[in-house]
Ligand binder design. Structure first.
Ligand code: HAM
Length: 431
């Protein structure tokens, strides 16, 4: 036997059963996907699917070369046939916008889009942080807000309610202003932080010149005092930005959505302006951010389209489902209605014909495969979680009857005329 080959570090298999260090099952995940399809439909958003591989330049131009995501975490390689550099997508916004610009989707009307799928970041794996993880993302393209900003946030709140986790999530809100306001703040911030350059850690020293706003994001306790007293972006906002921010807040108040203002919330990707927000929890340890987003009014133009004010957000499915699994109310149903068994010459075919009839009439039927004793088959039926068992033995087949067993015991075990199979099971199921 050869050595076993294992999955790549930080990348999970999603199985029908729970794993020791990864509790999510495929049935639970699928139940969540069904919720997402209904939820996006309820808000009138349409799905977009893009490749997981893009030209590296797309992410450099949109997310920013100096960000951790692009600078350190992308899986990048050159295609063997030509010299184009390709990267596995680390997030979905850039790909979504690339496709929208490429296919001219904004020609006639704004777009409300969503997507779901795997993303790749070479981070240090831990609970809630993986190298292949999954996002659901939502993007509203061609809207100035702040009404659509409020809709985005209300949309999240609606989903948390449906999943039963509203009380475990806090909405943090900030406004980053426009390009000029950010530039004025940035230069004040660099002047301020430069005074303390010898007290900054290595990461912050590097960021001071590349992305000084991110210094304020530092988790280093020794820097908190310096960060707390730093010039605040809010103080550099002009009239229009403040009006946008205030109107959004009053809309959230009107919708009954609570928020915490966090003037240090800057997000890890460079494309944001004005509204930014994150939903955080204290139930997942260090990986507190379950969902994040904001405005990116200049990004579509940056990617070759026309100026199109836009906003979006994405949630990490693993993080969200870890929370839902422990505290929420999502139910997953993977058990069949009926386990269909058989024993004796010619019974396999007969049993498959009955299973087919039941499936045609809306039943989920797990067909027993192979020849085993009825005792062994009943054990399998029990393990499958099926509510009913359908048994076709040789004597029954010859007399045109079948045996039904209700595993919950309400109707016991009964041998009936095969012609009554469907109506009997329908009656049992609805009782
Ligand atoms: P992001 O904050 O980088 O934003 O990622 C969104 C969410 O993805 C995070 O809040 C987190 O839940 C999840 N996530 C990120 N990295 C990992 C990881 N390594 N393992 C597990 N989960 C992770 C974006 O990606 C933006 N594209 C969101 C957006 C859409 N902004 C506007 N439109």
């Amino acid at each position: 036997m050869g050595n076993k080959i294992q999955a790549v570090k930080g990348m999970n298999d999603l199985l029908p059963v729970e794993q020791k260090d990864f509790k999510l099952t495929s049935a639970f995940w699928q139940a969540f996907e069904e919720v997402i399809v209904r939820w996006t439909k309820r808000f009138g958003y349409k799905q977009i699917r893009t490749p997981i591989l893009e030209q590296t330049g797309l992410f450099v131009r949109s997310i920013g070369e100096e960000t951790d995501v692009v600078g350190k975490e992308m899986y990048t390689f050159s295609d063997s046939n030509d010299s184009i550099s390709l990267s596995l997508r680390p997030e979905g916004t850039a790909s979504c916008l690339r496709a929208v610009v490429e296919h001219n989707l904004l020609y006639n009307s704004p777009q409300k889009l969503w997507y779901m799928g795997p993303m790749f970041r070479r981070e240090r794996p831990q609970k809630g942080r993986y190298r292949q993880f999954h996002q659901v993302g939502v993007e509203a393209l061609g809207f100035e807000g702040p009404d659509v900003d409020a809709e985005m946030i209300a949309m999240c709140a609606d989903l948390w309610k449906e999943l039963g986790i509203s009380q475990y999530l806090t909405l943090e809100l900030n406004n980053l202003g426009n390009r000029e306001e950010r530039a004025a703040h940035r230069s004040a911030l660099v002047d301020y932080l430069s005074q303390y350059e010898n007290r900054l850690d290595e990461d912050s020293k590097r960021r001071l010149h590349t992305n000084p706003l991110r210094v304020l994001d530092s988790k280093n306790p020794d820097l908190q005092e310096i960060c707390n007293a730093a010039p605040r972006l809010t103080d550099y906002l002009g009239e229009a930005s403040l009006a946008h921010y205030n109107e959004l807040k009053s809309m959230l108040d009107g919708l009954g959505i609570r928020y915490v203002e966090n003037s240090r919330l800057v997000r890890g990707l460079d494309y944001y302006n004005q509204t930014v927000f994150e939903w955080t929890t204290d139930k997942l340890g260090a990986q507190a951010t379950v969902c994040g987003g904001g405005r990116y009014d200049g990004l579509i133009e940056e990617l070759g389209g026309k100026h199109t004010p836009s906003i979006g957000f994405a949630m990490g499915i693993e993080r969200l489902l870890l929370l839902v699994n422990e505290y929420g109310c999502l139910k997953s149903e993977s058990a069949p209605d009926v386990y269909s068994m058989h024993q004796g010459e010619g019974t396999a075919l007969k049993s498959m014909q009955y299973s087919h009839l039941l499936r045609e009439n809306g039943f989920c039927v797990l067909q027993h495969s192979g020849n085993q004793s009825l005792k062994a088959q009943i054990k399998k039926a029990d393990a499958s979680g099926a509510r009913f068992v359908l048994i076709v033995a040789q004597s029954e087949m010859e007399s045109g009857s079948v045996t039904l067993k209700d595993m919950q015991g309400n109707f016991g075990q009964q041998t009936i005329n095969a012609e009554q199979l469907l109506t009997t099971l329908q009656e049992w199921k609805n009782t």
